[in-house]
Design a binder for this molecule. Structure first.
Ligand SMILES: [Zn+2]
Length: 228
């Protein structure tokens, strides 16, 4: 755990209970985490990615390291080779739940083509810091209450991305989640989460079935032909 404000790795930040940071401080922190997200994009772009189901919360996951017993993927999405991929270490990344956590993400190597696949736990978002549960709480909150969230500037970036992406996502998935309005992205978000039991599961299903996520379409989920 790392407290950006104090540099103290033993303290945790609670975004939902903190008072909103001062403007200058928040600006600094948002810039820091935006830079961190760009760095995360570079790290996660290096592997194919699957979203893996886990019933652990982010805190439990960080403590118990269930990535060590995740089953290897049974097929390489790059070369289509069938057979278990080999364990190939981990990479570490932050997830922001009720505090900043460091989690380990398992990587697997295809002996056929040499490409790697990572298994991101479903509570985390590809390329993004905030846990889906935090985003979900923010989107469900009354508009007037959203500024009560610490780090709301970062969450507002996610909000703008969802508003922009939802019409495209709707066109791509049709009525997979039932008839949903183009005009009410937050009502849609809540309906999708309620329908699937939680928004993290909905995101995992989107990646598995459509190679799409709640915030975009990423090359790490879509097979790419490297044969030239
Ligand atoms: Zn392969």
């Amino acid at each position: 755990m790392f407290d950006l404000a104090t540099g103290d790795s033993s303290k945790a930040i609670n975004p939902s209970k903190q008072n909103p940071p001062l403007g200058g401080q928040e600006g600094y922190r948002v810039v820091f985490w935006r830079v961190w997200e760009v760095f995360l994009c570079l790290v996660e772009w290096l592997s194919m990615q699957q979203i893996v189901r886990t019933d652990y919360s982010p805190v439990q996951y960080a403590q118990k390291n269930p990535h060590e017993v995740f089953s290897p993927p049974l097929k390489c999405k790059i070369c289509k080779r069938v057979g278990r991929l080999h364990r190939h270490g981990i990479y570490e990344r932050n997830v922001w739940d009720t505090k900043v956590l460091v989690i380990a993400v398992a990587r697997f190597l295809c002996p056929g083509c040499g490409h790697t696949t990572s298994l991101l736990p479903q509570f985390a978002l590809p390329y993004r810091l905030m846990a889906l549960a935090v985003v979900d709480a923010f989107f469900r909150a009354e508009v007037s209450k959203r500024s009560d969230f610490g780090w709301s500037s970062l969450l507002h970036r996610y909000r703008r991305r969802w508003e922009k992406w939802w019409p495209d996502l709707r066109r791509k998935i049709g009525c997979f989640f039932g008839p949903l309005s183009l005009e009410d992205p937050y009502g849609v978000w809540i309906k999708i989460g309620d329908r699937e039991g939680c928004i993290a599961k909905a995101n995992r299903i989107l990646v598995e079935k459509f190679t799409l996520s709640l915030f975009g379409q990423y090359v790490i989920h879509s097979p790419v032909d490297f044969s030239g």
